[in-house]
Design a protein around this ligand. Sequence first.
Ligand SMILES: [Zn+2]
Length: 307
Amino acid sequence: MFAGRGLSAEGGWVRVFHMCDGVAWARSDQLAAQLPAPDVVVGAGFDFADAVIVIDPGHGGPGNIGGSSPDGLVEKEVNLEIANRVRDLLGEPHSVDWETGTILTGDAIPVPASVILTRVGEGATGDYEAGLDFRAAVANAANAHAMISIHNNAGWEIATELPGSDVYYQSQAPVYEPSRRLATLLVEEFRRGFSAFQAEWVGTYELGAKSRISPRDGVSQYYGVLKASTVPTVIAEGAYINNPTEAALLRTPEFQHAYAAAVYRALVRFMTADDPGGAPSFDPEVWEGFAGRGGARDECVIPAQEG
Ligand SMILES: [Zn+2]
């Protein structure tokens, strides 16, 4: 169970989510709930040691594997491995050589105050379902400064010179601007990190930071986790898992590290500078295609709790 944001506790009741996106009401005097800290604006002058970061390994569980490669690499597993690498990078102080992007031992960048994963574990222990509303509720309840949902793409349009990384941002106020900036920074860092690798890259006609609007009403955000999150959130689509040459890279520790390092650098730039990012960034567009289904299935099973 996880308490959502806005713990106004009207009449002593609090709205809570469980992992399969079910909603229930709980008596506030029976919850160990902590009110989120007041909003803090990130940017130049912000201390990274105060940062609250949510990393969301996309997909999970038997019914939601995400994309896959012809030789059996599945997205839910590689997303979790990359997310764990981001957690590990954030778990130690570092320095960054901003000329090359290399992350070094050092103390210029402190460990953030809190790093929360929405799916926790290594390998099979971290392979369980989590609904999109649940994932967003984790970030909202933590009042995170940023949430990055880790994915890899499938279904490209064309061969590309550059790595075909796309990052999706939120279209709704007030998170539109920071989310778009975070997405733009992350595309730039993906390109920097992935260009060192050899692959037959694929992508879409327009690569960069993007946002999709639901065709149902032409107004609301298409992606559930971006819609439900009230903190700056992006969906990272680093590489194409169903492209054999990129899948071969996604299997390697070196490429997984490069993905995690790009996320790390983007988070540091997002929170400690005002730099808008140098990658292409496209205005929100109504999306008429099909982008897969990332949410909890009807038969979503809440994992057994230990202890
Ligand atoms: Zn995915």
